[in-house]
Design a protein around this ligand. Sequence first.
Ligand SMILES: [Zn+2]
Length: 666
Amino acid sequence: MSSMRALSLDESRVTGGFWADKMDLVAGEMLDHQWKALNDEVAGAEKSHAVENFRIAAGEASGEFKGTVFQDSDMAKWIEAASYSLSHHPDPELERRVDEAIRLITKAQAPDGYVNTYFTVAAPGKRWLDLAWGHELYCAGHLIEAAVAHNASTGKSSLLEVARRYADCIDRAFGPAPGQIRGVCGHPEIELALFRLARATGEVRYRDLAVFFVEERGRDPAAFDGKQPLGASASAPWPETSGSYGFVIPKTKWFERDYMQNHAPVRLQPDATGHAVRAVYLYSAMADEYAATGDEGLLRALRALWDSAVSRRMYITGGIGSQAHGERFTTDFDLPSDTAYAETCASIGLALWAARMTEAEGDSRYADVFERALYNGILSGVSLDGTRYFYVNPLETIPTAIACRHDHEHVEAARVEWFGCSCCPPNIARLVASLPGYLYATGEDGLRVDHYAESRVEARLGGALVRLAQRTDYPWSGKIELAIECEREVSFALRLRIPDWSRSWACLVNGAPLDRAAVIRGYLEIRRLWKSGDRVELALDVRPRLLRADSRIPELAGKLAVQRGPLVYCAEEIDNGSGLHALSIDSAAELEEEPALDLPTGCVRVFARGYRDSVPAGEAASGRGPYYPAGNEALARERVRIALVPYHLWGNREPGQEMRVWLRGF
Ligand SMILES: [Zn+2]
């Protein structure tokens, strides 16, 4: 087990550059917009009713519960995001809103600690009766995560006390003892939340309960078989009755045992399967259990699941879960671009799991995947102004197909202000606002830099206080400067991640090439006696490159994608005209780049040389079908310069147009 631990938001700060802009966006527009959406104050957006549900449950308003059965989790994730944000962006108005939300939650809490507005308002007396679909423990998990973040960021214990009372309530209800419920939630989340609560409070009961929930999953694979949502009538058609929870659960094979990862005990699950968000939240909890217990059997299971999820079932954007029906994994190398689901939350969950695997193994491949998801499939989920969102992140869009095809019903051609089921927007906010906590890790013998961002970190190494300042224009530039200050000379290892995409790198210490250096598990290790004023300069190779896909992915045969540094690129209609499928890249020609002045500061546009197929004279409207003798293709194409922009920025300049990541290549 790696002895390194990630640093807290107190110890690590983003001080400028790309991520400071994103964190400013969260602190400003995003949290404000989301609070208004949760309060149904965004005109034209889908109604949330999340805050109103708490007002009703608290006895301060009358009316019916509205929204999905897990609506409470949106408010919890917003509080978690706001709490992280307050730790680096003090804001009295935001703090007042957070306190108001916590006041309502506290008032909605039952005397025995239970908090859930659906089961309090809409289904009283039905507590814990629908573990398959009721999402009670899922919502509890998000409430607990919010409480831990709120306490750590603000020092206040108001929400933590609520969460502890609720965790105690759950601890009394669930477990292996006689009279307790021996079961798990259909949607994993409570497990990783209880591990967090145990670390924050030192209370071992919470850790034991988390272990119980992880180990219990799959022990009874039939536990959820045939379970209808609470209140559904056995004689009524399933999809209609399940609408009482605010979402429809089709009775198809894609919603069976593996959908909830309950098909086998977790150590015997060789493949990443089922609902993608559920899967990666469960795997994150397994990694937490490994961190708590050191159980090698769990680590072996996690490595197998990682190989399945990442090596065989992940999009180049870090998206996972390729099928809309069931929001789930399908099979190896089944990664369609246009009907991709790739939910924003699933990529966020993948990043959360990757961060835990980085801590477990200290191997850069996990941080590489964190970075791939972060800069591509996660950031694509939010507009540049922070007020519009994608739930689904396809790698190719044709607006006419989205408008007309049943199998594209889940795809939006443009980001929207809110969703009836709005799990993704506050999830992006909480990840971005907590990003400083993912940049560095420290241990007795060193400091590890997992991610590059303009930032400062403080750590105690070899008994001395060490400060490190990172300056960089990453991800636009691969140049990174690290300045070290320490209270006395001290020996430790500085480990710098060499990303998988960097074909070469160079490193200077105080202006001189390293005399002794080694790359160990993907990290350049510099071990020396450090003193104040020491400078490290790392140059990574961010030049754009062409990537091809594993030949076992049918969808991507003969296609190429462009990546520059950690950023996957795409072609947009606004730059290249419509009919992007007619473009092909000449792989023998050099890729070129230019500053993209119409995109955020620092952004680079990449150009590829290639062709556009055209319709030869006489081929239109022959009345005999759109097929012609082959052989004159060379005459029917023109040379073009294909403009590409970072995938996460697509749809910001002219929403609702064509976009494509993978282009034909030769
Ligand atoms: Zn989501």
